[in-house]
Structures are given as C-alpha cells and as structure tokens.
Design a protein around this ligand. Sequence first.
Ligand SMILES: Cc1cc2nc3c(=O)[nH]c(=O)nc-3n(C[C@H](O)[C@H](O)[C@H](O)COP(=O)(O)OP(=O)(O)OC[C@H]3O[C@@H](n4cnc5c(N)ncnc54)[C@H](O)[C@@H]3O)c2cc1C
Length: 467
Amino acid sequence: MDTPNLPGNAEGFDVAVIGAGVVGCALARAFTLAGARVVVLEKAADVLDGASKGNSAILHTGFDAPEGSVELACIREGYALYHQIRDRLGLPLIRAGAMVLAWSEAEVAELPALMAQAVANGVTDVQAVTAAEALRLEPQLSAKVMGGFRVPGEHLIDPWSAAHGYLLQALENGATLMRQAEVLTGRRSQGVWHLATTAGAVQAGLVINAAGLWGDEVDRRVTGESWFTIKPRKGQFVVYDKTAASLLGHILLPVPTKTTKGIVVCRTAYGNLLVGPTAEEQDDREHATLDQPTLQALMQRGQDILPALAGHEVTAAYAGLRPATEEKEYRIRTDLAEDYICVGGIRSTGLSAALGIAAHVLRLAERSYPPLENPVWPQMPSLTGEAPRDWQTPGHGGILCHCELVTRREVEAALTGPMAAGSMGGLKRRTRVTMGRCQGFYCSAELARITEGRLAQPMLGGGDGAD
Ligand SMILES: Cc1cc2nc3c(=O)[nH]c(=O)nc-3n(C[C@H](O)[C@H](O)[C@H](O)COP(=O)(O)OP(=O)(O)OC[C@H]3O[C@@H](n4cnc5c(N)ncnc54)[C@H](O)[C@@H]3O)c2cc1C
C-alpha cells in the first residue's frame, strides 16, 4: 500500500494527511474509519521520524494542561479513546500512576493551586501526600522530598506501537501510505487540491497539515502563508539499565514551570528507567544532539531524586524535538472554504492527545463519507511483556537481539506487510532490535545481512537512518 498516485487513484483521495507522526497516524485512522479515502504523505523513509521519534511516553490525564484549552480537551478525549481501543489493537498500558513532588518550600506552596487546577480540568482523583507518605509509596525516594500529590491516572505506554497501530488500522481499511513523498507545493483548482510531492502528484479534496516540526513551512508551501512559527524545543534523556526499573513504581513528576513539565523519572513500557527531558530552545529542526554536560546533569538530577540510581548503569541516551510555537496552545485552524486544516504546534502532549485531536479535527471537517462496514482491527505485536512475547511462542526462528529478546520472526514481520520498516530507525521502533544493553554490538552484523536491499534507507547508507 506504499503506492504512488496509481491509476486507480487518478480521481484523487478524499483526504491527504501531510506527515506521519503520531498525530498524522491518528488522523489517518479517524478519517479512514469515517469512510474517507485517505492518503498519508510522509517525507521520510519511514513513519514517526519527526517529533514522535523520541518522547517520555507518558499517557497524560491533562491534570496540568491550561484550563479551557483545546489541548486539554484533546488530551482528555485522547486519553479516554486510548483506553477504549487499546485492547482491540493490542496496545499496552502500564498503570503506573504519578506523583508530583515538591523539593523546596516554594514548590510546596504551589501544590494546592496545582491540585485545584487538576480538579478543574476534570482530574478529580488527585490526592495530597505528605513527605512520609511519599516515602512509604516510593521507599527509594530521597528523604529530601517535602510533599506532593498523587495523580493515579497518569500511565505509561509504548510511544511507537500506539502510532503504528493507528496507521496500520488505517492502511488495513484502505488508506494509502506514501513515504519519501515530501510535499513541495499545493494548488487548489475547481475544488480539488493538487499537491506536488517528491514521489509524484497527488489530488485530494481535503488537505490536513500534520507536519509537526515543519508545520509552518508546510502551511507556506501549500497555502502561501503561515500564522505561527515553529520554535523547536529539545529534550534530552538518559535511559538506565533494566535493573534500575525495580527502584520505582510511580512516574515522578516535578512541579511544572510555565514552559516545561520538567525532569521526570519513570520506568518505560520496555522495563528501563528514564530521566529527562530537558527543555532547550534551538533553531535546528532536524537534529536533536546530545551533550555530555547535560547528560551528566540529568544523571545527577536522577540521583538527587532516587539516590540508589548511583549504583545503576546508563545504557542509552536520546533526544527529541518538541514542535513548540510562540503560543502554548495547539495551533489547529480550519479553513473549510479552502478545504484545508492545519494541525500545528502539537508541542509536548501529542502522544496522549493524538486520538482526541483526530476526533476533534474530524468534527471540525464537517463532512460525511460512505460508512466503512466492519472495520479491520489489526493486533500489534507485544513488545512490553504485557502479553506473551514472540520468543515465548514456538517457531520464532531464534533470538536475534538477546538484550531485548527480539526474534528473527519479529524482524521478518517488521520488514514485510503494508507498513514494512523503511529505515533502521523504523525497524528498531517496530521491534526494539539493538535497543538494549549492548546497543547492537552483537546483532548489528546479522541485521545488516537480513536487511540488505530491503530498507528504503539502508542500514549502512549514512544519514540518520540508524537514529
Ligand atoms: C522530549 C519530549 C517529550 C515528550 N513527552 C511526551 C509525553 O510523555 N507524552 C505525550 O503525550 N507527549 C509527549 N511529547 C510530545 C509528542 O511527542 C509530540 O506532541 C508529538 O510527537 C507530535 O507529533 P506530530 O505528529 O504533530 O509531529 P511529528 O512527529 O513531527 O510528525 C510530523 C511528520 O511530518 C513529516 N513532514 C514534515 N514536513 C513534511 C512535508 N513537507 N511533506 C511530508 N511530510 C512532512 C515529518 O517527517 C514527520 O514525520 C514529548 C515530546 C518531546 C520532544
């Protein structure tokens, strides 16, 4: 289904979604299930190659989102929808719960207002905790903690299988994915959009810009102007070995500031422990580099919160870029007269809000399509251990990546089908291959052999395909 505008599509699509980040994937699903013929145009060799490549993977409740904002409404709806559909798509949910912790008198003074905001936002189950209660709930916590509150509904998910699942469901119900299809220009004539892409021309009735870090640029390319400017905000993380995950149950959140949710300490859905992200403004939209002093500072911050972390090893570090703009609010704008919707500036909550954003945009689009009868519900592979892993079932062909217990059958499956991996980064996000303790030291040679000639962006071909 990774096809250009084939003769069968010569009359065009109902909807063209520009960008296959988590938001574009959710939009593709929502419009496809509503009966539209959808094409997803992605400039990279694989999906989830922008902001959605690296985040904290928290399914937020919206307790600290700005009151009355579109962001809050989308998080709340997205959160509920994720719970509704996750079993049918086989998507994991680690019910961790969070604690917002205060480490100074000034932060303690902010707690009541934050709790009141949570309740006003509809998150009514928050509970204050004293320092002693926090230490009882999390015995490895530093005794310097001064109090806080619990947010039981904050959970952890797999940031990639969620988005892959949304897109796969769209593809299995008739949507088309075009990769290496960068949208260059747009022209509308007689009610039809004509998009020029690096993979050929595409016609569509409605265009939805979900280009994340390039949202303003795509606005300009398609409509000639943009009403916002992307200001990338980098977040660096350190990932501790799986042994560290036993130190902690809850997601530990700091008291947020006006610009950032702050440094979080939490487990991951894959059983590691994460410290991050930072919030660093930069102009570069493509590269999220790491630097040693910041990583050292993150490790120090992690140890300040959980002193026992000092005895555990860091196995990886990564960074992501938030598509921030000059405003906190999402930059969703509809021009129904022009059949154009911009879904921009989905800054730091897009993973949680994606399904809600898609439902919101579907309503904003105000159109109806012939209903889709009996939609297909694909099952995503189990990577987190919630359901049995592939290595636990016979016929897997042997374990390829011993750190993450990834089988040959899993790698083969990720290299085939309607959403086959297009880059090494994409293969990692689908299987976790090379993402463990040895970071690919032992399995990379065999992977290079297996993937030879099968990835649009080859493993040894340079670029950032290896992430
Ligand atoms: C450090 C960090 C931590 C975060 N933590 C969380 C969290 O815990 N929970 C949470 O809910 N959210 C979190 N987020 C936010 C979340 O990751 C983002 O909101 C989300 O990924 C934004 O997705 P998107 O689809 O809008 O953009 P993107 O993922 O950037 O997708 C846009 C896509 O458009 C493509 N594109 C661009 N230009 C073109 C073009 N001309 N033609 C075709 N395609 C194009 C890009 O290649 C890209 O794939 C975090 C983000 C960061 C960076």
